[in-house]
Design a protein around this ligand. Structure first.
Ligand code: MN
Length: 710
């Protein structure tokens, strides 16, 4: 299907239809300007280029945008593709339009799906441009929509890239900004390109179902309309078809077949007032039995993109399911046009309460992105919170909070305030104490218990679902890790500086500037952190600072090892890293070892058979081979657990046996159980596995000992 080319007169007609006083002259001028600039340029399929900006302007006119937006739509590719400059546009059309065109020019240079890093950075720029003037993204949307419709002449790989970018970035954004029609259209266009067979299969199936159900839905419509008339409730009933990508997603997410998707077709009733929405709902529920759990009141509690509607599914005539959406015409406009619906009714620059909510969401997103250094985290953040599946919970004072399904008290705490989140130790739900991992349910009243001596734990990341909580926890951990790295770095540098009979003030000397430059360090704090983190060694720094001095080469491993580590461990391929032995399995010489490179804490050494390893070492690429460096009479801590009969003197006996083989006890913990047994845990300093197994055998033979294990 070739699209028909649009004329400027058509665009002008459209604009005049909703804005009779519009400045027609500037539209004509922009058209001429753009035609001249793009003169002789062709689109890939061979048609004159001007067709594209005209189509974009026409889409914007369909969205009933103001004249400036449409002018910017006509001009949006002039700087990018022609010799026109931003000053030319400023001279001819003024600052406002020049700003829009310039922002769009910057945006058009961005691609989002090639590499995640670049993608996140570009996305941030787009959000920044958007938050300055939301019309930028609306023009970008129109541009993308037209490009998606005319992709067929592009090479396959490029088509795929643009299509997935559209589905992953543009559609969720359109959804978040409340532009329902655009979200659906972008998704279907992308779906068609990415999964052409599935798409055409669905098109066929939907058409067939429509044919089968047309008569039935008409029947239901007549019953409803008659009832509404009797009750003097105005309104129109119309059919509604779920968009193809929506059906596909539902099938995928719920693992069901097309036949099991019940809301492919539904009915939508648009009335005048909120009260009548509920009245119509009452009529429907009195006519047919509603299906429990399917009624949703998005009027009482709107979705976060301000969508409002009542949804219900009933068992209609002949036992068939019918889904209804009931809303006012104003709600319908918001559902379809979102932020765009507000732009067109307001004076330029005026921001009403609703637009304000969209914009504050944007700001929050940009803020979150600042805290998320990891590009992947950021994109997850963007895509994450557009999911509409939400629950509503209450604060103790009765305020309502909207949270994604699966949220925990920690998510709730962070939604109140970062400090509440960082300090939360427990929660009460409906006056009963629950764990922080508790999954909140619709209608719960949640009270957070905080403590000033408490802080976030890494484990929280596994239970929270909101991006806000995730990024705040990550931010806290990052700051904390940096603090620890800095402290460690200072200690290590002090040690190194002392070796050279210098004072710490050398770090503030003029000569340090070269060192900073050489290692690409920005500040002294950065220096401490890099050393503590293990990225640089203190020796490297001091060596760079005074290259003529070091007479003897000091092995790096000796310097960077934390003072506690007495026994050597060789980590293959890495020599200047921090390490510590894991507290879960206490490896000792003789055990098979494996190292896991943690973020910011060097390498953790585990036993190869450590039961925790699978859970901790989620990223195989960070596992490294490790070996003991033999020799010396150093000892390593090991944990030994015993279950014994609980009788007097058992602890003394055990201690005596341990001492008799020259093993030091550094810690004992004992408790008794209800069934007259004792659980005793020792932390012992042993030379190696051999020595330990000798001891274990001795203990196992003692009277009263039931079990002894590491
Ligand atoms: Mn364009």
């Amino acid at each position: 299907m070739e699209e028909e080319s649009i004329k400027i007169d058509t665009v002008i007609e459209k604009v005049l239809s909703y804005s009779p006083d519009a400045d027609v002259e500037v539209l004509k001028r922009a058209y001429q300007f753009s035609s001249q600039a793009h003169f002789r340029q062709k689109r890939l399929e061979g048609s004159p280029y001007i067709g594209h900006p005209l189509a974009v302007a026409s889409i914007l006119a369909d969205m009933k945008m103001d004249v400036s937006t449409i002018v910017a739509g006509l001009l949006h590719d002039t700087i990018e593709d022609t010799s026109t400059t931003i000053n030319d546009i400023k001279d001819s059309f003024g600052e406002e339009i020049a700003f829009l065109v310039e922002a769009l020019t910057k945006l058009s240079k961005m691609q989002f799906t090639t590499k995640e890093d670049a993608q996140a950075e570009n996305f941030r720029k787009m959000l920044l441009a958007m938050s300055e003037d939301i019309r930028v993204i609306l023009i970008k949307f129109a541009d993308r929509l037209h490009n998606m419709k005319t992709l067929r002449h592009l090479p396959e790989s490029k088509k795929q890239r643009i299509a997935s970018e559209t589905i992953e970035i543009y559609a969720p954004l359109a959804n978040r900004l409340g532009i329902g029609w655009l979200k659906a259209e972008l998704e279907d266009l992308g779906f068609k390109i990415l999964m052409p067979e599935l798409y055409s299969d669905l098109v066929r199936k939907v058409a067939k179902r429509k044919e089968e159900q047309e008569k039935y839905l008409k029947e239901v419509t007549e019953i409803i309309e008659k009832k509404m008339k009797e009750e003097h409730i105005p309104g129109t009933v119309s059919g509604r078809i779920k968009h193809y990508y929506g059906i596909y997603q539902k099938m995928k997410n719920q693992e069901i077949t097309f036949e099991q998707v019940h809301d492919v077709l539904g009915l939508r009733i648009i009335t005048d007032t909120k009260a009548n929405c509920y009245a119509i709902l009452g009529i429907i529920h009195s006519l047919w039995t509603p299906i429990p759990g399917r009624f949703k009141d998005y009027i009482g509690v709107p979705k976060s993109n301000m969508y409002q509607s009542l949804h219900t599914t009933v068992i209609g005539p002949e036992g068939e399911r019918v889904e209804f959406q009931i809303r006012t015409s104003e709600m319908h406009m918001v559902a379809e046009h979102g932020i765009a619906s507000h732009w067109r009714y307001k004076e330029k620059g005026a921001v009403d309460e609703r637009s304000d909510r969209y914009i504050s969401w944007l700001r929050e997103l940009i803020q979150a992105q600042k805290d998320l250094v990891d590009a992947k985290d950021f994109l997850e953040a963007v895509k994450g919170e557009v999911t509409p599946e939400v629950i509503y919970v209450f604060t103790p004072r009765g305020e309502i909070k909207e949270l994604p399904i699966g949220s925990t008290p920690i998510d709730f705490a962070y939604s109140i305030h970062t400090e509440v989140g960082n300090r939360c130790v427990g929660a009460k739900v409906n006056d009963r104490i629950v764990s922080l991992k508790y999954t909140l349910k619709n209608g719960d009243t949640v009270e957070i218990i905080t403590s000033l001596t408490h802080w976030p734990s890494r484990d929280w990341l596994k239970v929270v679902v909101t991006q806000r909580a995730k990024s705040k926890i990550k931010q806290w951990i990052k700051t904390e890790e940096r603090k620890q790295s800095m402290e460690l770095g200072i200690k290590m540098l002090e040690g190194e500086i002392r070796k050279h009979d210098l004072s710490m003030s050398v770090l503030k000397s003029e000569a340090m500037q070269d060192v900073f430059k050489f290692f690409n360090i920005k500040s002294i704090d950065d220096l401490y952190a890099s050393v503590g983190f293990g990225k640089l060694s203190a020796h490297q720094i001091i060596n760079k600072l005074m290259p003529e001095k070091p007479a003897e080469e000091i092995p790096i491993a000796k310097i960077v090892k934390p003072p506690k580590a007495k026994r050597g461990i060789i980590i293959k391929g890495l020599d200047n890293v921090l390490y510590h032995t894991a507290k879960c399995c206490y490896p000792i010489p003789g055990d098979g070892l494996v190292g896991y490179i943690t973020r910011g804490k060097g390498v953790t050494i585990h036993r190869k058979d450590c039961p925790n390893l699978d859970r901790i070492a989620v990223d195989d690429a960070r596992l490294v081979d490790v070996e003991w460096k033999t020799g010396g009479d150093m000892t390593s801590p090991v944990k030994l657990f015993m279950e014994t009969i609980d009788r007097p003197g058992i602890l003394a006996t055990l201690s005596a046996v341990i001492s008799s083989v020259n093993i030091n006890i550094s810690h004992i913990e004992a408790s008794s159980t209800d069934d007259k047994k004792a659980h005793i845990t020792f932390i012992l300093e042993v030379k190696d596995k051999h020595q330990l197994s000798g001891l274990t055998q001795k203990i196992a033979q003692l009277e009263g000992v039931i079990r002894v294990t590491r």
